[in-house]
Design a binder for this molecule. Structure first.
Ligand SMILES: [Zn+2]
Length: 198
């Protein structure tokens, strides 16, 4: 059984069907629909809590800090029922404050890849998040017991594990700021299996 908010589904296909129907019922435009927030917590890579969403047909974007970003809601349908995905989500959530701190403290005004001005996003430079995360799990296997953390979704119930992981990630992570198109290109490349990030 797959749980999304207050709904239960028998299969990933059933979740996808429901999302399509739900998006059509809500219609195009901005929304703060609770089901979409619940769905978003299942995303394997994105750990932030968005402010709202925007629907355009079957495309769904999330809005955070005034930035609108397209994301693959199909991933959210597959999402959290894979134990490995659960661990990745928790590990992303754990380092999210560090990413935010970097974003707030950096002074870059241009994209590190194309030099464009614009809204910049934090990217793991040199070593992708997925590599740091997989290496760490190899050294210190992820716990399988979680607890709920409100709208933010699940976190590891083992706080000591979480802080060991945060320390390791701090040692390994190098960040850069990329514009949305460059970050999106990188993500697309990864989605096509040419690289690993998510
Ligand atoms: Zn760029």
């Amino acid at each position: 059984m797959i749980t999304v908010g207050t709904f239960e589904f028998k299969s990933i296909e059933a979740v996808k069907r429901h999302v399509r129907t739900h998006l059509a019922a809500l219609g195009d435009g901005p929304t703060t629909d609770p089901f979409l927030f619940a769905l978003f917590t299942r995303h394997p890579c994105l750990s932030l809590v968005p402010d709202s969403f925007v629907i355009r047909g079957t495309d769904l974007t999330f809005v955070s800090g005034g930035e609108e970003t397209l994301f693959g809601w199909i991933k959210c349908c597959r999402g959290k029922d894979d134990p490995k995905t659960d661990a990745i989500q928790c590990m992303r959530r754990a380092i999210h404050p560090d990413i935010e701190a970097y974003r707030q403290n950096q002074s870059a005004t241009r994209c590190a890849a194309c030099n464009a001005h614009g809204v910049l996003q934090v990217d793991h430079f040199k070593i992708p998040f997925s590599v740091i995360q997989a290496d760490y799990i190899g050294l210190d296997p992820a716990p399988t017991i979680y607890r709920k953390n409100g709208m933010k979704g699940k976190v590891f119930d083992d706080d000591e594990y979480t802080s060991r992981w945060i320390d390791y990630h701090r040692l390994k992570a190098i960040y850069q700021m990329l514009c949305q198109p460059c970050n999106g290109k990188k993500s697309n490349k990864i989605e096509n299996g040419l690289d690993r990030k998510c």
